[in-house]
Design a protein around this ligand. Structure first.
Ligand SMILES: NC(=O)c1ccc[n+]([C@@H]2O[C@H](COP(=O)([O-])OP(=O)(O)OC[C@H]3O[C@@H](n4cnc5c(N)ncnc54)[C@H](O)[C@@H]3O)[C@@H](O)[C@H]2O)c1
Length: 387
């Protein structure tokens, strides 16, 4: 395996700009900027509409990009998707977690392709409902996991697939921040009604995806989970105090730490912990242990960009214990640009979703299982309904 394997990421593709894809943005907050910046770099895209629940927000958002003529006079996703004159090819759904499922289902029912931000949904039932709509529509639904586009993340999967680790039996993943409850733009990440889940879904979904994607997304069987909210509910939490928002403590309705012990099909144990805040630098690196070799992936605060440093492969050569440092691979293209481009290519070429719901369903099932197990105080079986 050499660095040349990653040329696929660096190739310059010729894009047929003769037909423009008509794109709408649902939810014009923080992450919508990343989508917009990447869409505007694509020669085959026309931004035709934007919607936000907050009156005037979508218009202001479009004006920021000089797109004053784009239609934005919609009270929610529904009015925009009902507007037949838009002839939408696709939408980016950039709403907070509790508003992922409803707009996604509505868009798919209207025959519109969907790029849905992560986490997939809040609950497993919602994810199943979205997938039923996806199946019925025959449209593309891709979930916004841009780390999948990262060459280093791809390297983890390549190492696993090469057989260098042998049979994998134990994985530890997670990570997090010492003081990093995300409230720079208000409280949509921490209120129960908007976020639904906290660190568990927000950054936990990334570390879960990193390892589950690498090992081929085996089915999760059982989970014993725990979650807590000691920092977010404390009015003296340093970042609330620093930003002058002690009232955020009373609004905090999600988790800021979660941990779990998960059994996966194939006799694999997954040990997980994630934090938005903790009195620690990291709860540990990600490790993938196998019968022939093990991989250490240095922790990061979020996992939404790249790995936290060179990965180390521990193995034997001719009976001697040794270790190999995997150099960090640099990317020419931005991960968000690749997330948008691969979604557009899938629509144009009739291909598969770059990040398919069928995989992320298991990610969501684990998140849902952790929440349920934490609430009932014992291990739960993960039951995934037929879609
Ligand atoms: N991929 C990434 O790197 C990344 C980074 C940050 C956030 N996110 C995800 O993106 C999502 C949005 O996060 P954000 O920080 O932009 O939140 P935000 O609160 O800044 O913006 C969300 C916007 O959606 C609007 N909205 C909600 N429901 C709507 C509906 N039905 N119709 C129209 N508008 C609606 C809200 O009014 C709000 O303006 C979250 O799920 C988050 O997890 C992803």
């Amino acid at each position: 395996m050499g660095l040349d394997d990653f040329k696929e990421n660096q190739e310059v593709k010729t894009i047929d700009a003769s037909k423009k894809l008509r794109i709408g943005i649902i939810g014009c907050g923080w992450i919508a900027d990343s989508h917009m910046n990447s869409y505007l770099k694509q020669p085959d895209v026309e931004i035709v509409a934007g919607a936000d629940l907050i009156p005037g927000k979508a218009a202001k958002f479009m004006a920021k990009y000089g797109l004053e003529n784009v239609k934005t006079d919609y009270a929610s996703h529904k009015e925009m998707l009902d507007d037949k004159s838009l002839k939408l090819d696709a939408v980016s759904i950039c709403t907070y977690n509790c508003q992922h499922a409803v707009p996604a289902i509505y868009a798919l029912e209207k025959g519109v392709n969907v790029l849905l931000e992560k986490p997939f949904t809040v609950t497993l039932d919602e994810a199943v409902a979205v997938m039923k709509a996806e199946k019925k529509s025959g449209k593309i639904l891709s979930i916004g996991f841009q780390p999948r586009m990262d060459a280093n993340m791809k390297m983890i999967k390549k190492i696993v697939e090469s057989g260098a680790l042998g049979k994998i039996y134990y994985i530890q993943t997670g990570g997090g921040r010492r003081r990093g409850i995300p409230t720079p733009y208000g409280t949509t990440f921490i209120e129960k009604d908007t976020a639904g889940i906290g660190a568990l879904g927000d950054i936990g979904c990334y570390s879960l995806d990193m390892v589950l994607n690498a090992i081929g997304y085996p089915k999760p069987l059982t989970v014993s989970g725990y979650k807590s909210a000691f920092f977010g509910t404390d009015p003296n939490y340093c970042n609330y105090v620093k930003t002058g928002h002690p009232e955020y403590a009373a609004k905090f309705g999600v988790d800021d730490f979660a941990a779990a012990f998960i059994r996966l099909e194939g006799g694999i144990i997954l040990d997980f912990r994630i934090a938005w805040a903790m009195n620690l630098d990291t709860p540990g690196d990600t490790i993938i242990m196998g019968t022939k070799g093990s991989l250490r992936i240095p922790s990061t605060e979020c996992w939404n960009g790249t790995v936290g440093g060179p990965m180390i492969l521990y193995h034997e050569v001719c009976g001697e214990q040794t270790q190999t440092e995997i150099p960090i691979l640099k990317m020419k293209e931005g991960l968000f640009d690749l997330k948008i481009r691969t979604f557009l290519d899938a629509i144009k070429e009739g291909g598969k979703a770059p990040v398919p719901s069928s995989q992320i369903l298991y990610n969501q099932a684990i998140i849902d299982g952790i929440a349920k197990s934490s609430e009932c105080g014992h291990e739960v079986e993960i039951k995934i309904p037929e879609i």
